[in-house]
Design a protein around this ligand. Sequence first.
Ligand SMILES: NC(=O)c1ccc[n+]([C@@H]2O[C@H](COP(=O)([O-])OP(=O)(O)OC[C@H]3O[C@@H](n4cnc5c(N)ncnc54)[C@H](O)[C@@H]3O)[C@@H](O)[C@H]2O)c1
Length: 383
Amino acid sequence: MEQKSIGIIMNGVTGRMGYRQHLVRSILAIRDQGGVELSDGSRVQVDPVLVGRSAAKLQEIADQHGVQRWTTDLDEALANTGDTIYFDAQLTTVREDSILRAIAAGKNIYTEKPIAVSVEGSLRLARAAAQAGVKNGVVHDKLYLPGLLKLKRLIDSGFFGRILSVRGEFGYWVFEGDWQQAQRPSWNYRAQDGGGITTDMFCHWNYVLENLFGQVEAVTAKTVTHIPERWDEHGKPYPATADDAAYGIFELAGGIIAQLNSSWTVRVHRDELVEFQVDGTEGSAVAGLHQCVAQHRTATPKPVWNPDLVETEPFRDQWLPVPDNGEFANGFKAQWEQFIRFVENDGEHPYDFLAGARGVRLAEAGLASSAQGRRIELKALKP
Ligand SMILES: NC(=O)c1ccc[n+]([C@@H]2O[C@H](COP(=O)([O-])OP(=O)(O)OC[C@H]3O[C@@H](n4cnc5c(N)ncnc54)[C@H](O)[C@@H]3O)[C@@H](O)[C@H]2O)c1
C-alpha cells in the first residue's frame, strides 16, 4: 500500500518554540516514528518545508535533521498545492499577515498563540478561515501536560464534588541579561514587539480554565513591570516596556474563582514551574507540569491556628500522588497528531481560531483591567 504523506509549511522554525517543540520534538519525532496512525490503521507521513528569513540558519537546520525542503520565500512555499498545512511559530506581531496569506492559498492552519496581536485581528483570522473553509487550530499545549491530564481525570471522576476555587502560580526568575544572559528572548519585554507576560500567559490561562473548569466570565488584574531595564541578546541595555508580572482574578461560569499569578520576576519555591491548587467540597488537588497529588475530605487534617507552637503536621506528606496509569507523550507532539488526524477527517480538534481569539481577548481584558483599575466582564465572542 502506498504511504500517504502530508506537506507541512513550517514558518518560524529558527525560533525557540518553532525549533525545539514543533520541529524537533513534534514533526521530526512523528517522521521518525513513521507518521501519524489513523483509526483505520493506515499512517500519514509528515513532509515539512522549513520557512524563515535566514537561508544560512534554515540550511543548517535542514542539514542537521535530514529535512529536504526549505525556503526564505513564503509565497513560493504557499504556491505548492501539495503542502496542505501552514504552521506559524513566528514572532506574534507578524503572524496575522502570514496566516491571512496562507488562508488565501487554501491551506489548513495550525499556529502558536497568541494568534494575533489584537482581538480584532484574531476575529479577522477566524472569519477568513471560515469563509475559505479551511481547518484551523491553535496550540493548547498545557492541556496535554501529564499533570493537567491527571487533574482532568480527577475532575471527570467527580472527585472534587463542587469545585470552589483554583489557585495557580506560574513563574521563575528571568535574568535581566547584564551579568547573566536572559533565558527568554528580549522581545518578550518590549510591548512594541508583542511582548508582556499578560499577552503571553493569559492566552494559556483562558484555554486551561475553559477546558478544565468553565468559561471565564470576568477578570480583575494588576499587571506590572517590576524590572524597568534589561539587556538584549547583544548585551545592549533597553527599556522594558512590557509587563513582567500579572496578578489576576478570574471569575468562571458556575461560580468558580481562579486566582493566577504569572511572573518572570519570582524565585521558585515550588516543585514545578507552574502549579495549580484546586479545592472542592469533596477533595483538593495540586497539579504541576508532571505531578498531581490529591487529598480527599476523608483524609483532610484539622489544623488549628496557634502561632505559639512550631508546626508539627507534615502537610505535604498528607497528599496522595495520582498515578500516571499510562504513558504521556510530549504535549506539543500529541496535539500535532490530533490536528493532523483532524485534517485527515479522522477525529476532532476543538481548539480553533475562535478559542485562540478568546485567549487574546482575555489578555486584552487583563491589560485593560489593570490600566483602568476595574473588573472587566467578558461577553460571548462571535466571529
Ligand atoms: N505555546 C507555548 O508554550 C509558547 C511558549 C513560548 C512562545 N510561544 C509563542 O511562540 C512564538 C515564538 O516565540 P519564541 O519564544 O519561539 O520566540 P523566538 O524569538 O525564539 O522566535 C521567533 C521566530 O520568529 C522569527 N522572527 C522574528 N522576527 C521576525 C520578523 N520580523 N518577521 C518574521 N519572522 C520573525 C524568528 O526568526 C524566529 O524564527 C510567539 O508567538 C510566542 O507567543 C508559545
